[in-house]
Design a protein around this ligand. Structure first.
Ligand code: SF4
Length: 240
């Protein structure tokens, strides 16, 4: 265990933790968007920025991917921190003004309207969907693609591979801005993504008749774990 300071509070943290882990463990609020406890941190949204003091010099860093150190001093709400978070939040709100999650976080930072306008985008490039697909589903069906005339990173978005995607909907589940959504209509699942719609046939439960999971997802699980195909003849409710 190591000791570090959050503002005026000394806390103990496991050496393997990040600043955000230590703050969460101690009930110290640091806002996040691109963080998910089951995924590796990326620091891409930068809303969890904090000020750390090393060798007497303060600097800004993202809390979600900065490891704790003995004696580290962390400022979670200094003027510099709040200014950086507000600027990031204004940018996100300008890009995705109708997202409930973005609106809620903006309000917490005292922002009702961004002070500038930007072209509205569906995807804020938080990278959560890419990490969920790669780290949890083990499929890697999503990539970042630069777009526009000059292939600018500002114009980048996520692109789903119709060939690789199995329709599991994990990416829609973690997406904080509803840029990816899923709808089931009878025996069809539609995955709405920034790069278009993907369609999947759903499997029907042999007992209750409910359409319950994409056939492609079940086929993937059967192959990956070498299971008997009959295991998915029934939905989880009827298997209990
Ligand atoms: S729905 Fe497709 S892209 Fe999304 S997490 Fe599942 S496999 Fe990946």
């Amino acid at each position: 265990m190591v000791k570090l300071t959050f503002d005026d509070k000394v806390v103990e943290a496991d050496e393997s933790w990040t600043i955000l882990d230590a703050a969460n463990q101690d009930g110290i609020y640091i806002p996040t968007i691109c963080y998910h406890e089951s995924l590796s941190p990326s620091g891409s949204c930068r809303i969890c920025v904090v000020e750390i003091v090393t060798d007497g010099k303060p600097e800004l860093t993202t809390a979600c991917n900065y490891p704790v150190e003995a004696g580290l001093k962390v400022r979670t709400n200094s003027e510099k921190v709040m200014e950086a978070r507000r600027l990031t939040m204004e940018l996100l709100l300008a890009q995705r003004p109708h997202s409930a999650k973005i609106q809620e976080l903006a309000r917490k930072l005292g922002i009702e309207e961004p002070s500038f306008t930007l072209k509205e985008k569906e995807c804020i490039l938080c990278d959560l969907c890419v990490r969920a697909c790669r780290e949890i589903v083990d499929v890697e069906a999503i990539t970042f693609i630069a777009q526009g005339k000059d292939q600018s990173v500002d114009e980048a978005t996520v692109v789903h591979s119709a060939k690789k995607c199995i329709g599991c909907d994990s990416c829609a589940y973690v997406c904080p801005t509803e840029a990816i959504t899923v709808e089931d209509f009878g025996d069809i699942r539609i995955l709405n993504t920034p790069s278009g719609k993907l369609k999947f046939k759903l499997e029907k439960c042999k007992i209750c008749g409910k359409y319950w999971a994409p056939k492609k997802q079940l086929g993937y699980i059967i192959r990956k774990w070498n299971l008997e195909p009959e295991i998915f003849d029934t939905c989880p409710d009827c298997r209990e």
